[in-house]
Design a protein around this ligand. Structure first.
Ligand code: IMP
Length: 183
């Protein structure tokens, strides 16, 4: 149904839902009761953010940032460009930055610098997926859903060339589909 490019399910929708309960409990334990602004990185974090905030048992506000993506390639260029900035002024606010995946760490590292420069009171980071083997720069991650191996994954918000964001499970893309664009 999802086509020939998908190899297998890596993390099922049920596993994601269960892990979200734990993540939300940890976040609520640390930041519940305070005025929290949850910032999602477009477009990959949309599905995760939408599910995560509905597991939080206190009111939050949301905002979004967009950064330039890899396009059709799956290689991080290291050059990050903000294509949509925040609507809110975050100075003095408590922030939870929500990202789909941390791979080399270059995107998150840039975004954290960008946000810290605006002097929020607190800045925590929640990522759905972490590929520790691929890290090029150390980066702050306070809450991580799943550590995964060095494979290209799609679904639950993550795409390949714009496709598969609406796939409910996290799936491995066939290596031959993306290896030609990766060093
Ligand atoms: P980093 O800058 O290398 O950490 O890359 C972070 C960004 O790369 C993520 O926000 C994704 O957009 C993209 N990315 C990295 N690995 C994958 C993957 O396996 N599937 C889909 N997108 C990925």
């Amino acid at each position: 149904m999802w086509g020939k490019e998908i190899e297998r399910v890596l993390i099922s929708r049920e596993e994601i839902a269960a892990r979200l309960e734990d993540l939300a409990a940890d976040i609520a334990g640390d930041m519940g009761g305070s005025e929290l602004l949850v910032i999602g990185v477009l477009k990959g974090a949309v599905v995760f953010l939408a599910d995560l905030i509905r597991k939080l048992t206190f009111p939050v506000e949301i905002d979004f940032l967009a950064v330039s993506s890899y396009g059709k390639s799956s290689v991080s260029s290291g050059v990050v460009r903000i294509t949509k900035d925040l609507d809110y002024d975050i100075t003095g606010k408590k922030i939870l930055l929500v990202e789909d995946i941390v791979d080399t760490g270059l995107t998150l590292s840039y975004l954290l610098g960008h946000l810290q420069a605006r002097q929020p009171e607190l800045l925590k980071v929640c990522v759905l997926l972490d590929k520790p083997e691929r890290r090029q720069v150390p980066v702050q991650v306070d809450y991580a859903g799943f550590a995964i191996p060095d494979e290209f994954v799609v679904g639950y918000g993550l795409d390949y060339a714009g496709r598969y964001r609406n796939l409910p499970d996290i799936c491995v893309l066939k290596r031959e589909v993306y290896q030609s664009s990766r060093s």
